[in-house]
Structures are given as C-alpha cells and as structure tokens.
Design a protein around this ligand. Structure first.
Ligand SMILES: [Zn+2]
Ligand SMILES: [Zn+2]
Length: 405
C-alpha cells in the first residue's frame, strides 16, 4: 500500500459497532485486576498473560532515523484491551511503502520506525470480549488497525476511506493512547480483533503474508470493476503488487497483458499466467494495443507518464493507480472524452474484503512468490527492492529472530 497521507485525527469515538460498550468495559476491567480479562494459551485460559497487566516489551527491527540502518530495538506493546488479541508474529512481508517510510521519503515518517504491514502469526492471548479468535489460531494483520467505525465509509466496510482518517499498524499514533504504533518487523503485536484477519488452516503462512497488502491492493480494483472472464486487463509494473495482480486477474479468467521495465521479467509474466508481456517503451506494441483493454492496474510506485497507457483503454475502460503517490502527468482531455475513459485510484481494501482475498486465495492455492529472509537481512532486502531485485516479495521469518535474541 501507499499510505503517505496521514489525515489521522486523534479520535476517541467508538469504532466498530459496539466499541463504546467495549471501551466502557475496558475501563471496568482496568479498575479491577486485568487478570480476569485475558485468556492465554489454548490449554490454560486460567493463566493470565503478563501482557494484560500493562504495556510490555517486545523485540523489533527498526530504524532510528531516515538514514539509519535497521537494527534490533526494544519497543513497547500496549496492555490488552478487552477486544484485543496478542499475536506472536511468525512472518512479515516487506512492502515498498515500508521503504518509503523508513527512509523518510514521503515526509510523514515518525522515528523510531518499525515498519511491516503484511503480518501473520499465532494468537497467543485474547481479551475478555474477543469472539473472533482464540489462543492458538492463526491471524493476519494488514495496513489498518483502527478507524472511526461510524462514518459512512466505515459502515460500508470501507475502513480504508474512513472520513476521520485511518490508523495504520505503524507510523501513526494509537487512536486511544496517542502512542506511536509499531509494525510487524517485531516478535509481538497487539491489535483489536476487528482488524485481525482469520487465516485458514493449512495456508502457506509465509507466502500468504503478502496478500495482506499487495494482495488486497490488487484484488480490490478487480472486485470493484467486476473483472471477469474474457475481459482484458493490463498490469503495469511486475513487482510485489504486480505479480499478484496477474495471478488474481488470471484466476478470474481475464486475459492479462503485463507492462514491465525489466527485460528479464517478460518470461516470468507468462509463467505467472499473463498472455502477453510488453517491454516498457515498445512503441509498436503500445500502438497495437490501443483501444483494447478494459482495466489497467498500475502498480508502479512512483509517478510516470500514464497517457500512453490511458490510450490503451477501450470505451468505458479504467486506468486505476494503486502504486504512485506522486503527480501523474497531465492527461489529454481528448483521449478521455473520445472513449469515455476513466482514470481512478484505489488503496488496499476494507477488513471484510481483506478477509475475502485471504479466503479466495486459500481456496485456489494462490500465494505470493517469496524470498524468505532473516531479520538481520532487512536493510539489504530494502536495497534490493529499490533495485528491482526481488522475485517477488521478501518475507521476514520472525521466528529466526526469536532464536537469535
Ligand atoms: Zn504495503
Ligand atoms: Zn470512519
């Protein structure tokens, strides 16, 4: 995802339906010993977690500043609220936006910064009001961990467009305490159950993690624009998002054309299921494809000249940008008018839709192509993503840090 805008407002209002009641009960639980509010471990619900009593330390990998390398650090996770789950993190994907934020490239970074929003782990403990998870379950966490819960967008399962601003898993303040949030490059995470995603039994956990950002980011436009069999879909950029866009569009029966700057990825595009792959700047191929495509998903993480791609849209076709936050170049009004073309944007998806992509992919064995790394390789992996040297998503094996620490 690309979450550079931080229109976060420090709201204390209720979030998901019934949050006000939950908050009330939270106060009651804090007044009484918190011990009663938490069940930990599938076999021993009577043993309360130390995490329930107050904020607790966790291990993490983060940067102290925009120019600093990744290093182990201690962070604090909040005490469990009644509707919270404590997750023992097993895997976390590396998204390009982790890099933008860790390097201070969007001007919104807060340090220290612990990125990571493609998180999968095992539920270690749950608050007293939790019904969605029990200890021992596998849970995923994507980009959003809170929103106002009452605005028209939140009510429509579009938490990512909350009018009061979303709360992200890292780099935004906690909506209740105001403390800075830290992401999934860590051994533990506390999150409200509503924002946890159920991971089906038998899922390939490491290769499922990238679905929580890269997967939902490309699934959501395919859903919204109702892509189906025999439609022609273009995917611009073949990286972490792009390779999942190809797999997800092919799964719907679409005829997919990939546009890539990397000559070495042309064969890969076909292996992933695309019917055609076009090298960036191939004017002849672009001419041939004019007025042919129904939907183009642009995963390119920076601004570029999109006019040549808009020209590929047929009548009512849509170019949807999911990658770039920079300015897109001026567009020809004539090119839009002449085919009733649309230019749109889309960011991740709501929680219900994120659950949907996880279930959809589990049922069809769709997963990310990943390279598993240790936490001490994060800085190097970030460099390699910038150099387009990853096929196609790095995933950090957080369990290896537990042995080392
Ligand atoms: Zn992301
Ligand atoms: Zn809202």
């Amino acid at each position: 995802m690309n979450e550079a805008w931080n229109d976060f407002t420090h709201e204390h209002g209720p979030g998901i339906q019934g949050r006000r009641e939950i908050l009330k009960s939270a106060a009651a639980v804090f007044a009484a010993p918190m011990l009663a509010g938490v069940a930990e471990g599938a076999q021993s619900p009577q043993h309360a977690s130390a995490a329930a009593k107050g904020p607790f330390p966790a291990r993490a990998y983060g940067v102290a500043g925009a120019k600093a390398p990744f290093a182990p650090m201690r962070i604090e996770r909040r005490a469990l609220r009644p509707n919270d789950v404590l997750i023992d993190i097993l895997y976390c994907g590396i998204c390009h936006s982790d890099i933008h934020i860790a390097r201070g490239e969007w001007g919104t970074s807060r340090f220290p910064c612990v990125p990571g929003h493609e998180i999968i782990g095992r539920v270690q403990a749950v608050g007293s009001s939790v019904t969605k998870f029990k200890a021992g379950d596998m849970a995923g966490v994507g980009c959003i961990i809170d929103s106002c819960g009452v605005c028209e967008n939140c009510q429509a399962d579009l938490e990512q467009y909350c009018v009061k601003g979303w709360t992200l898993v890292f780099n935004t303040p906690d909506r209740v305490s105001g403390g800075l949030n830290f992401g999934g490059y860590s051994d533990k995470l506390v999150v409200a159950e509503h924002y946890g995603i159920r991971i089906p039994p038998g899922a390939d956990l490491a290769a499922t993690a990238p679905l929580l950002c890269a997967g939902i980011t490309t699934f959501s436009p395919l859903q919204h624009w109702k892509v189906g069999a025999n439609q022609r879909v273009g995917v611009a950029g073949l990286g972490g998002l792009g390779h999942l866009a190809v797999k997800l569009a092919v799964a719907r029966g679409a005829d997919v054309t990939v546009f890539t700057t990397s000559p070495g990825k042309v064969d890969d595009a076909r292996r992933l299921g695309a019917r055609a792959a076009v090298q960036w700047g191939d004017a002849e191929a672009m001419k041939r494809l004019e007025n042919q495509l129904d939907l183009i998903i642009s995963t390119v993480p920076k601004g570029y000249s999109i006019q040549p791609f808009v020209n590929l849209l047929k009548v009512d076709g849509t170019f949807v940008n999911v990658g770039a936050l920079d300015d897109l170049e001026p567009l020809s009004g004539r090119a839009l008018i002449s085919r009733r073309r649309n230019v749109a944007g889309s960011v991740i998806g709501g929680i219900a839709e994120t659950q949907q992509v996880i279930d959809y992919c589990a049922a069809r064995n769709i997963k990310a192509d990943i390279e598993l790394i240790r936490p001490d390789q994060i800085s190097q992996a970030h460099d390699r993503v910038v150099n387009k040297d990853v096929r196609y998503r790095f995933v950090i094996d957080m369990s290896s840090s537990k042995e080392a620490a």
